[in-house]
Structures are given as C-alpha cells and as structure tokens.
Design a protein around this ligand. Structure first.
Ligand SMILES: Nc1ncnc2c1ncn2[C@@H]1O[C@H](COP(=O)(O)OP(=O)(O)O)[C@@H](O)[C@H]1O
Ligand SMILES: [Mg+2]
Length: 259
C-alpha cells in the first residue's frame, strides 16, 4: 500500500433510492481511498452498487450520507464552477461509447465541445489531436468521422482520448471494456496500463470480471450488496480470498485457478 496521502477519499458514503419499504441501499457506508498513480479495481456482480458508487465519486449523484475528499478538500456538495473544476481532475469512461458521442456530430467536434466546457482557458494544453494520437488513433481521420463510422473499439479509444485530453488525475472506467471483443479488450486494457505508467494517472476500474481486475489493478475492492466486503493487493485477493463472495467471483474466472 502506498504510504502517500490518498488523492481521493470517501468516508461513510451511502446512497439509498426510493422510499419506505421499497428503499434500496445501493451504496452502504463505503470507505475507500485511492493514492496518486494507483490502479484500483472495483469488482462485484451486476446490482452490487458499483456504478452508483462510481457516480457518487464522480459527483454525478448526491450521496444520502457520507463525504468525499479530493486532495484533502471536501468535494461532497460541489456544484457549478467548482464541480466543473473537479470534473477536469476526475474524468470518466463508460461502457457504451456510442451513448457518449452525439450520433451526428463528428468525433473531433465532440472532443472540442468537452474542451470548451471544462478547459476553456487552456486550448493548447487540451489538444484533441494529440489525445487521439496518444490512444493510437489517426488524429485527423478520426476527428472527421461520425461515431457509426468507427468500430466499437476505436470509439472506446476516442472516449478515453476525450477523457485524457483534459489531463485528469483520476480516470473512473465503468465497465469500459465490457462491450468489446476479447482481442480489442486486451488492447484497451493495455492502453490503460500504459497511460497509467506514462502519466502517473490513477484509475478506478469498475468491472464485474475479476480476471480483468487482476490483469490491470494494484488493488482490488470487492463490492457486494452495497458494501466493500474485501479489499487488498490484487495478488492476495485472487490467490487467497478472505470472503465467500470473492471465492464465488473467482469460480467464474476458471483460468485464474492456478497452477
Ligand atoms: N436511479 C436509480 N433508481 C433506483 N434504483 C437504482 C438506481 N440506480 C441504481 N439502482 C439500484 O441500485 C442497485 C445497485 O445498482 P448499480 O449501482 O447499477 O450496480 P452495478 O453497477 O454493480 O450493477 C441495484 O439494485 C439497482 O437497481
Ligand atoms: Mg454498473
């Protein structure tokens, strides 16, 4: 575990949906910390609360209780310009890149719009062409394309480019590889690993797949019914799981049984 001060910290983070008997506690008093440059995987089956936790950390949802700190400053209630500044430091990549790009807009225009919104004073720093090149896409040709003219893998890389263009310190990737074919998935996982190494980027990698978590992450958090039930170095969690729920996730990933 890095001795450094965490960059992102959540304490007692809670989100309930609905009212009365129909209330669902999607995130239940979660504590977590992510250090600079650390890759943390958040793993659990569908419905365990991963996306809700990710959206709370992104300040896309307001928590029912608890607090979030970034660089030691509370960001829990941020709105307006303060929240836009936070969104520059903490960027997201979601599962479906086609939902993240305007159907009829050229990819370059979508990147330029993100830059205008989040980094208006920083045109030379936030360069869409350089960001597309950094994820292995041809900058000019890709910028001129509309989403449906690219493959899912190419568009997912363009979405990562849009996020990285703003030079975030933390990338929250929610099932970002789930819709990709196996070979393209490995390419995107390796891209995330390279970016982390080259840019000292922290990543929260949200996935239902413990195999991908093990491949990419330094540390794994296992989420079940809104709670973090296990957390530790990726090697340890996979080789010597403490919680029955982690063991059941492991059973879904046969090739990790070693050997
Ligand atoms: N906007 C919402 N309104 C009501 N219930 C929700 C909402 N979002 C998520 N939930 C519920 O919260 C629980 C956790 O969902 P989610 O965070 O999407 O889990 P995961 O990403 O692990 O699949 C589920 O029971 C889901 O139905
Ligand atoms: Mg989800």
């Amino acid at each position: 575990m890095p001795a450094e001060e965490p960059m992102l910290r959540a304490r007692g983070l809670t989100k309930t949906f609905g009212r009365g008997r129909l209330e669902v506690c999607a995130v239940d008093a979660v504590d977590l910390a992510i250090a600079p440059g650390e890759v943390v995987a958040l793993v659990g089956q569908s419905g365990s609360g991963k996306s809700t936790l990710g959206r709370l950390l992104l300040r896309l949802l307001d928590p029912t209780a608890g607090r979030i700190e970034f660089d030691g400053r509370e960001v829990t209630g941020l709105r307006g310009a303060g929240r836009r500044r936070y969104w520059r430091a903490v960027q997201a990549v979601f599962q479906d890149p086609f939902a993240a790009f305007h159907q009829y807009r050229r990819v370059g225009a979508t990147l330029a719009a993100a830059r205008r919104l989040l980094a208006p004073a920083d045109r030379d720093v936030a360069d869409p062409g350089a960001a597309l090149a950094a994820v292995g896409l041809d900058p000019d040709r890709t910028a001129a394309k509309r989403p449906h003219e690219l493959s899912g893998g190419q568009l997912q890389r363009a979405m990562i480019a849009r996020a990285l263009m703003l030079r975030p310190r933390l990338l929250i990737a929610d099932e970002a590889t789930s819709m990709l074919d196996a070979s393209v998935r490995v390419t995107v996982l390796n891209l995330l690993a390279d970016l982390r190494r080259d840019r000292d980027l922290s990543v929260l990698f949200v996935t239902h797949d413990l195999g991908q978590a093990y491949y990419l992450a330094d540390r794994i958090l296992v989420m079940h019914r809104g709670r973090i039930v296990e957390s530790g170095p990726a090697e340890r969690v996979v080789a010597d799981p403490e919680h029955d729920y982690t063991r059941s996730l492991l059973a879904d990933v046969p090739k990790l049984h070693h050997g």
